[in-house]
Design a protein around this ligand. Sequence first.
Ligand code: OGA
Ligand code: MN
Length: 207
Amino acid sequence: MLLTTEFTARLPGLIDTLAEQGWVVCDDFLHADEVAALRDEAGRRLAAGAFHRAGVGRAESQSVRDEIRGDSVLWLDPQQPAPAEQVYWQRIEALQQALNRELFLGIREGEFHYAQYPVGAHYQRHLDRFRDDDARVISAVCYLNPDWCETDGGQLRLWLDTEGRAESIDIAPQAGRLLLFRSERFWHAVLPAQRERWSLTGWMRRG
Ligand code: OGA
Ligand code: MN
């Protein structure tokens, strides 16, 4: 059974913290072997040329701008999950159901992509909501980097004040860690890393 009772038991605590502070870090959302399988899958598909440079802005106005964000992404296909992706979808689904049940967030679907940041790449301070689209409710970032050290950099900087100027915390992109935050509320940035940086990043949406 993929959805371990261990994870189910942690759900209420996660949801309480998210409700209280608007963000929560969940370590060991994925086990080391699950991370390794996902990282292999992502690496294979990057090598096969399936990723593309992430754009800035929406649809027709999208452009690639290194000074804003330097990652390459590949969207997951929920209809045809790779074997390594199944456990991820299952836990995310359980999380979405619990969030709807407990916090009435009205989440109807999720969109997720692998993201690969080459050495030195970053993502400038931003909000995950587009100006003309309020579908994204919760941002979910899951990290796929074993043995990440402080000196590797690449932290997610999350500003806690609403303007995104004053008070911030840095979260290391440690393997198996899941970060959740309210998409419309939290300014954040990805700091440059000394190592290639991998994640599975997505959004729980109203539909
Ligand atoms: C994003 C993002 C954070 C991270 O892709 O929008 O903010 O830590 N990613 O990778
Ligand atoms: Mn973001």
